[in-house]
Design a binder for this molecule. Structure first.
Ligand SMILES: [Zn+2]
Length: 326
């Protein structure tokens, strides 16, 4: 068994917009930053007509005004306010096909400093208003979803430090903005953080009785309450179940199937999109002397972020090591 209180946060508004969980989406892009506290200030206006606006929710305005949290007229990307020099990460695996870094960090001008990444689905992601010296990649460089590629700034047409993220696709011979929110390529609905989980269930009611030097197989399922897909198969952003308390401590229960003495397993299969359930299967070996133990675990987006341990709810497996054959 385990204590899996998904605390506070779930209650508060986080799940409000997830009711349409059935409309699970492509979910093939990750958010272009790692800080879970970043929220959008303006999304895309999906209607190119001047002074007519259509936001990602389907709301229409016949005006030229700004609508905080939603859209402003002819906005082609999504604005994410963040402090200068914040980490900007690639939204999907791809290749850098364009960049510019001629502006000062807060120098007003046209496009400002930016990076352009080409993806396998024919879309290009663009990251604007970067800091001076904030372009951390080169042309033709391969990048991975979740990899830091830049530092944010306020260069170009910028009235306050933010990242302007844009996802363009070729329509005919013209690059046009597409809306990852309307297409539900990721979940950036206000309030949803990139990485969050709750325990769904686990094998053997959670408690394992293990004969000394024997190995049993245990599994646990988590629901993905965050906005990013969980992937087992890439290094950056790969979702791992790791030992915890203290973080990344070597486990006395590490079985032969563990990638290391601190990493129990990646998610069994993926990607696991928002609201999906991912199973983690791993061995527990009766290494220590007979007695009663518990082993704590946490989820780690490899090289990107720890899950908030408090929010996951102190997940652990009670373990009884026995000398006796059943
Ligand atoms: Zn913008």
């Amino acid at each position: 068994m385990m204590r899996s209180a998904v605390r506070a946060l779930a209650g508060a508004g986080l799940l409000l917009l997830l009711g349409a969980g059935s409309a699970l989406a492509a979910d093939d892009y990750t958010l272009p930053f790692s800080n879970p506290d970043v929220q959008l200030s303006y999304g895309i206006d999906r209607d190119p007509t001047r002074c007519r606006q259509l936001d990602w929710t389907g709301q229409v305005w016949n005006d030229c005004a700004s609508h905080p949290g939603r859209a402003y007229d002819n906005h082609t990307g999504i604005d994410y306010p963040m402090g200068l020099q914040s980490a900007v990460v690639a939204a999907r695996d791809g290749t850098v096909v364009g960049l510019f870094e001629g502006y000062g960090t807060e120098e007003f001008g046209s496009a400002g400093n930016y990076v352009r990444v080409r993806h396998a689905d024919g879309r290009d992601s663009l990251y604007y208003h970067l800091a001076q010296g904030g372009v951390l990649v080169g042309i033709n460089q391969k990048v991975y979803a979740g990899q830091q590629i830049a530092r944010s700034g306020c260069s170009g047409i910028c009235y306050g430090a933010h990242l302007h993220f844009e996802l363009d696709r070729l329509v005919g011979s013209v690059w046009q903005p597409s809306d990852p929110m309307a297409e539900r390529r990721w979940t950036t609905w206000p309030g949803r953080v990139p990485y969050l989980a709750s325990v769904v269930r686990e094998s053997n009611s959670g408690t394992e009785v293990i004969r000394r030097y024997q190995t049993v197989t245990h599994w646990v399922e988590f629901r993905n309450l965050g906005g990013r897909a969980w992937r087992p198969d890439i290094s950056l952003g790969r979702l791992l179940l790791v030992t915890y308390d203290p973080p990344l401590h070597a486990s006395a229960f590490a079985a032969a199937d563990w990638p290391s003495s601190t990493v129990a397993t990646p998610v069994d299969a993926g990607p696991i999109g928002p609201n999906g359930i991912g199973r983690y299967t791993f061995g527990l070996r009766g290494g220590p002397p007979p007695g009663t133990y518990r082993e704590s675990f946490n989820l780690l987006a490899n090289s990107v972020a720890w899950f908030d341990h408090g929010r996951i709810g102190n997940y652990y497996v009670p373990i009884v090591i026995s000398n006796f054959s059943p």
